[in-house]
Design a protein around this ligand. Sequence first.
Ligand code: 13P
Ligand code: SF4
Length: 303
Amino acid sequence: MKDRTDIREEILRLREKRGAIILAHNYQPPEVQDIADLTGDSLELSRAAAVMEGEVIVFCGVDFMAETAAILSPEKTVLLPAEDACCPMAQMITAEELMLVKSRYPDAGVVCYVNTTAEVKAESDICCTSSNAIRVVNSVDQDQIIFVPDKNLARYAKRFTKKEILPWEGFCIVHDRITPEMVREARDAHPGAVLLVHPECRPEVIDLADHVASTSGIVRHVCSSEEHEFIIGTEVGILHRLARECKDKRCYPLSPEALCRNMKKTDLVKVRDALATLQPRITVPEEIASRARGAIERMLALP
Ligand code: 13P
Ligand code: SF4
């Protein structure tokens, strides 16, 4: 049986041979983050997928992320090592459901969170991520916006716009479980620590936070802050990057149970096998990709 060092070496050799880049989301297991060319949030990874050199992209994350890469770089081979890694929130709205809402509000603009299927993106005017949702909402011409699928991100963006937001009632099954009670317990355990939360958290949790940011936004904030202790209100995978990059800071999870099972389905063996076999490959039919690309590229074009 091969040990991790052997598998890591195999991955590096295959990466070279395939002309591949390995992208990992901030929630990926430590061993996967450590082998990646770039570990980041959804926006950083989308940008990288659009511009980075390489014939093959190994996307260590969940399905909508690999789909977004395949839409932006149809000429590249996009691999999702954990074939069944999905985002339950992205399954909470279908293109048909979105079309029905659009028919009820024909004058509204449509903003879709990147955590959606390619079909839903194809029915949207512009995409957003957790790090640019406010900017995207305010960039839309219409005063009324259908925002799908995350009700919590929609309500967070609503705090920073005069536009009318019509949220779809989807949510992240990991962040929506974080409660104000957990905040009180964490604050009692770590008095004086700064509380950072992800905008997928419920409004009543956001009300109690000191700062709200995307996953990489949280890392940037902790690393650049003059404070020393932080309570981190997002999926626990981010603690690895925080420990690696913000060595002089102490970070405590707001909820140690905030764990996205789908994000943990990738491991080194699956990354190696994906590079060896060029499978599982993610492709998006061009008639859907061409419309979805418009929504993603409009987001990427924003300053
Ligand atoms: P970020 O874009 O902030 O990394 O968030 C992605 C995600 O799925 C959060 O649950
Ligand atoms: Fe989806 Fe939530 Fe997992 Fe992010 S943490 S991938 S939103 S289920």
